[in-house]
Design a protein around this ligand. Structure first.
Ligand code: MG
Length: 375
């Protein structure tokens, strides 16, 4: 479908690199809309509801999960996409899929699985997201995976080690040549960090792990805090936090749009290929906002992600992943038939990869139940 509202440097379906298996066009939808719908209908997507972002699922019902995080990323990215006249359905597809490969228990789960897989090629959640859509979703009679377009897959694979990049053919080439993905992919990458920087302030405060006084020391937070306090001197803390977070998101999103449009105007890329050939991403914050955004990220790492309470939970969940890996490796019949059969095909590295696929696909609560069953 030709879309006149798109900028020349956006991803255009008619010049897209297509799907791995050729398919006739859909009747009412464009190709990226179709990708988005396939992602939403996937089993991996539904599991995101029960996967940890920072707080393990059973710690409370109001914290972000991978699902609500993915939806927040999508909304932020769509706003920017419209303002920059980028391809909105593509941005939606990439945003909704970007965390499909995440293990249960957030980064603790990913680190544990990576450690278990050390002798078998390691585990990267980005690459796993691509594996989910390319190989693990089993829904179509004619092909494995979801057969998504090149541009969606390019956006899903935001990082990749050189070793893995070499095995990925054209999709991995940009990591070796130091080229960029399209603007839609660049945008989702930043929208991801805008979303978690802001919702983790909210969740951390709700959990009582971050205090207002600490947050006020952060440039991004402090500036908007003062403004809200002056305007609403009587406001309770809970609503105040929301007023501040809303302004913080608005502030960085506006900066991102302005700074990126200036860069696009100055450099004048005429197509997605021009964008790809740049050595640096074109979707970017101004230096000042980049600095305060990065400072907030660092603050969250030190004060929330490494908070004693979070760390304790991480140690428990880490140990669970290690036990699961060990049990399935020594007895593959403990996995469902489909995984057991696949494991038998590829001894021994292949077997470990199948076990990692099985564990990575688990929700938090399923992993806990499996751990209890096998112990
Ligand atoms: Mg994310």
């Amino acid at each position: 479908m030709t879309d006149e509202t798109l900028a020349s440097y956006a991803a255009h379906e008619e010049s897209g690199k297509g799907r791995r298996h050729k398919e006739p066009p859909a009747a009412y939808r464009g190709e990226y809309q179709r990708d988005r719908d396939r992602i939403i209908h996937s089993t991996a997507f539904r599991r995101l509801v029960y996967k940890t972002q920072v707080f393990v699922n059973h710690e409370g019902d109001l914290y972000r999960t991978r699902m609500t995080h993915s939806l927040e990323v999508t909304q932020i990215a769509r706003t920017v996409a419209r303002a920059l006249r980028l391809n909105e359905p593509l941005v939606e597809a990439i945003s909704l899929a970007h965390d499909l490969g995440h293990t249960p228990f957030g980064h603790a789960g990913q680190d544990a699985l990576n450690e278990c897989m050390r002798d078998y090629g390691g585990f990267e959640h980005n690459l796993q997201s691509l594996r989910v859509v390319d190989e693990l979703e089993a829904k179509y009679a004619d092909f494995v995976g979801l057969n998504l377009t090149y541009e969606t897959r390019e956006g899903i694979l935001k990082h990749c080690s050189a070793r893995n990049a070499r095995e990925l053919g054209e999709l991995g080439k940009r990591f070796l040549d130091r080229r960029q993905p399209g603007l839609e992919a660049q945008l989702v990458n930043i929208a991801d960090s805008i979303a978690y920087n802001n919702h983790d302030v909210d969740d951390g405060f709700r959990a009582g792990l971050l205090q207002l006084d600490q947050l006020r020391g952060q440039a991004l937070f402090g500036e908007h805090y003062t403004e809200v306090r002056q305007r609403y001197p009587e406001l309770d803390d809970r609503r105040l936090i929301y007023e501040v977070i809303r302004r913080m998101i608005g502030h960085v999103v506006t900066d991102l749009i302005n700074h990126t449009s200036d860069a696009l105007l100055a450099l004048g890329p005429e197509s997605i290929e021009d964008v790809r050939s740049h050595s640096k991403p074109l979707v970017a914050f101004s230096d000042a906002v980049f600095e305060s955004h990065t400072a907030l990220k660092k603050f969250l790492r030190e004060n929330l992600y490494r908070h004693d309470q979070v760390r304790q939970m991480n140690e428990q969940t880490r140990a669970m992943v290690e036990v699961l890996f060990e049990r399935y490796m020594s007895d593959t019949s403990q996995m469902p038939r489909w995984f057991e059969k696949r494991a038998a095909l590829g001894q021994p590295d292949g077997q470990a990869r199948v076990v990692a696929d099985y564990i990575a696909g688990m929700t938090d609560r399923f992993a806990i139940a499996e751990h209890d069953r096998l112990n």
